[in-house]
Design a protein around this ligand. Structure first.
Ligand code: T46
Length: 137
C-alpha cells in the first residue's frame, strides 16, 4: 500500500505567471480549519516525529524543498516536496518526519481541525502499538 498520496493542483497560468486556487472539498478533501507554515528551518534540523490520532492535513511546499518520511507502523516511504502545485496528504495515524529543508523552504500545511496537542502521538512506541488496531482504508 502506498503511504504517499500526492494531490496535483490545477495551475491557472498565463503570461503573467501561475495561480493555484485551493478550495475545501474540491482540491482539498476536507474542511480547512487551520493553516500554518514552516520556514527558516536550518538544513540539519529534522521536524515532525509524530502522528495525529484524527487530524488530516495537506502539506504544500510553496518554495524550496524538503523530504517527508511517512510511516504507518509497518512500512516507511519517502517523498520530496519541491513544487507548489502538489500537496502531500498527511492522514491520521501516519507517523511523519521531515528532513533536508532547503534554506529557502516554505512549507504550508492545511489542516482539517484546530490545534490540539492531545491529538498528537509523539512517542513512537505508543504509535506502533496504536497502529496495530488502526485500519487506514
Ligand atoms: C505536523 C507537521 C507537518 C501551535 O501552537 N499551533 C499549531 O497550529 C502548530 C502546528 C504548532 N503549534 C506549536 C506546538 C509546538 O509548541 O508550535 C510548536 C512547534 O510544533 P511542532 O513541534 O509540532 O512542529 P513540527 O514542525 O514538528 O510539526 C508540525 C505540526 O505541529 C504537525 O501537526 O503534522 O508540522
Amino acid at each position: 500500500m502506498s503511504l504517499i498520496t500526492i494531490i496535483d493542483f490545477p495551475v491557472l497560468g498565463d503570461g503573467r505567471g501561475a495561480l493555484v486556487a485551493l478550495e475545501a472539498h474540491c482540491q482539498i478533501p476536507f474542511d480547512i480549519k487551520r493553516v500554518y507554515y514552516i520556514y527558516g528551518t536550518a538544513q540539519d534540523v529534522a521536524r515532525g516525529f509524530h502522528a495525529h490520532k484524527a487530524l488530516k492535513q495537506i502539506a504544500i511546499c510553496l518554495k524550496g524543498s524538503c523530504r517527508f518520511v511517512m510511516d504507518d507502523g509497518k512500512d516507511k516511504q519517502e517523498v520530496i516536496l519541491s513544487t507548489p502545485d502538489k500537496g502531500l496528504l498527511i492522514d491520521a495515524m501516519q507517523w511523519h518526519e521531515m528532513y533536508d529543508f532547503s534554506e529557502d523552504c516554505v512549507l504550508m500545511v492545511l489542516a482539517d481541525d484546530y490545534y490540539n496537542e492531545n491529538d498528537y502521538i509523539r512517542d513512537y512506541n505508543i504509535f506502533i502499538e496504536l497502529s496495530k488496531t488502526h485500519e487506514r482504508f
